[in-house]
Write a protein that binds this ligand. Structure first.
Ligand SMILES: C[S@@+](CC[C@H](N)C(=O)[O-])C[C@H]1O[C@@H](n2cnc3c(N)ncnc32)[C@H](O)[C@@H]1O
Length: 185
């Protein structure tokens, strides 16, 4: 989980570290929904979301890393997963008010303060009314792996950056938490 600003690296995944079923239970994803997995990396969560939204729904797997997107494209042909190479801190080509859930796992702490503002702006543009934003982050403590403590984001710091209605805080792994927000009306 280092070198994250420059892009996805193989082996840089939280897949073995987080409790996937706890995350999915808390998110209550429904058939027909559209989910955006931001900084999707190897796309392991995009594939979980794909199953839950069923063929009537859609998952955008977005990452700024061309290698991550190229690999995901090969793996998800003819599925409801649409890989997109883009920077979420800028305006993307995705349609406004088209997404039910935006999900980020260990991506938010990578952003500079300016990038956080850009991300919140784009998330607000993309979410449908009452749409949800879920962010998984590594706790701001000494852990056997992960980015330097100074780069990590506590739940309270995240709440200060996200100008949406706070809904929940859930532990989703020994060293990970998830917060969910709802787009303001
Ligand atoms: C630590 S990895 C996490 C990957 C995956 N979400 C997971 O939990 O395994 C961070 C990912 O965010 C992507 N990323 C970083 N900044 C980004 C940005 N501004 N827009 C889109 N993706 C970004 C990186 O390319 C990388 O794939």
């Amino acid at each position: 989980m280092d070198n994250e600003q420059t892009g996805h690296r193989k082996g840089n995944s939280t897949e073995p570290l987080v409790e996937i079923q706890s995350i999915l239970k808390a998110l209550n994803i429904l058939p027909g929904q559209t989910v955006l997995d931001v900084g999707c990396g190897n796309g392991y969560m995009a594939k979980e979301f794909s199953r839950l939204v069923t063929e009537t729904g859609k998952v955008h797997g977005l990452d700024r890393s061309p290698q991550a997107i190229e690999t995901l494209e090969k793996e998800t042909q003819d599925t409801n997963i649409c890989p997109i190479e883009a920077d979420i801190t800028q305006r993307t080509a995705l349609q406004a008010a088209s997404v039910d859930l935006i999900y980020l796992s260990t991506v938010f702490h990578v952003f500079s303060e300016e990038q956080k503002d850009g991300f919140v702006r784009e998330a607000n543009r993309l979410l449908k009314p009452k749409g949800k934003l879920a962010l998984v982050e590594i706790e701001k403590k000494d852990t056997p792996f992960g980015p330097p403590r100074s780069k990590r984001v506590s739940p309270a710091e995240m709440q200060q950056s996200i100008s949406m209605k706070w809904l929940s805080l859930t532990r989703v792994g020994e060293h990970f938490y998830m917060q969910v927000f709802e787009k303001n009306e």
